[in-house]
Design a protein around this ligand. Structure first.
Ligand code: SAM
Length: 213
């Protein structure tokens, strides 16, 4: 069967990023979503400490490690074990970040509070749009709670979401807690998919932060 023009473009794009990732030794096509977003908004900087929630197989870890350089540190967290890396200043742990007390657990592997929390975590897709959207927002909310708990004041948070009814409410929560929230659709994301990323810049200090400083 001849593919429709849209399906053809989508397949060519997938193929393009698949090959590019192979050539550049990245573990996933998704790597380019983070690379493209950071090229535009520069929210991961040299020497940063970065936490990546839902990090397997590790493409974002590789990209974040390049961005932070040799004085940075990247911690990847996933339900599945992540194949080890040869570079220093990368650590990976097997954990479910939705479990209670996981923020404290994650913090115990870090040299200091992180500058950036990332999450490309995805639930198992059922194909039922409402269910998948709700589960994705739930995961993104859990990732936000970890970020809120761990990030340094003024830290940044980058998270995957799917379009849908619950999205605006989540964006409102982010807006209350960060200076600036942007909706990001990297070129490497499929144009027609409901996937997008929220980039929250500049975590606002809480009254407790101000009192303890
Ligand atoms: C799309 S993949 C991440 C790809 C990654 N950004 C890369 O470039 O290699 C999503 C990951 O989220 C993980 N995940 C989903 N729920 C999780 C949870 N509650 N705790 C930890 N990891 C989770 C899955 O195991 C899966 O490996």
């Amino acid at each position: 069967m001849t593919p429709t023009p849209k399906a053809w473009i989508r397949d060519r794009k997938r193929e393009f990023y698949y090959r590019k990732a192979k050539e550049e030794n990245y573990r996933s096509r998704s790597t380019y979503k983070l690379v493209q977003a950071n090229n535009k908004y520069d929210f991961i900087k040299r020497k940063d400490v970065v936490v990546d929630l839902g990090a397997a197989p590790g493409g974002w870890i590789q990209a974040a490690r390049k961005m932070t350089g040799k004085y940075g540190f990247v911690l990847g967290v996933d339900l599945k074990p992540i194949e080890p890396f040869t570079q220093e200043y990368i650590r990976t742990i097997v954990a479910d970040f939705t479990e209670p007390n996981s923020a404290e657990h994650i913090l115990s592997f870090l040299p200091r509070k992180p500058d950036v929390v990332l999450s490309d975590a995805a639930p198992n897709i059922t194909g039922v749009w409402e269910v998948d959207h709700a589960r994705q927002i739930d995961l993104a909310t859990k990732a936000y709670e970890i970020a809120r708990h761990l990030l340094k004041p003024n830290g940044n948070f980058f998270v995957k979401v799917f379009e849908g009814d619950l999205l605006n409410q989540f964006i409102e929560i982010l807006k209350q807690n960060f200076e600036n929230v942007k909706i990001v659709k990297p070129q490497a994301s499929r144009a027609k998919s409901s996937e997008m990323y929220l980039l929250s810049l500049g975590l606002k200090a809480t009254i407790e932060d101000v009192a303890s400083s």
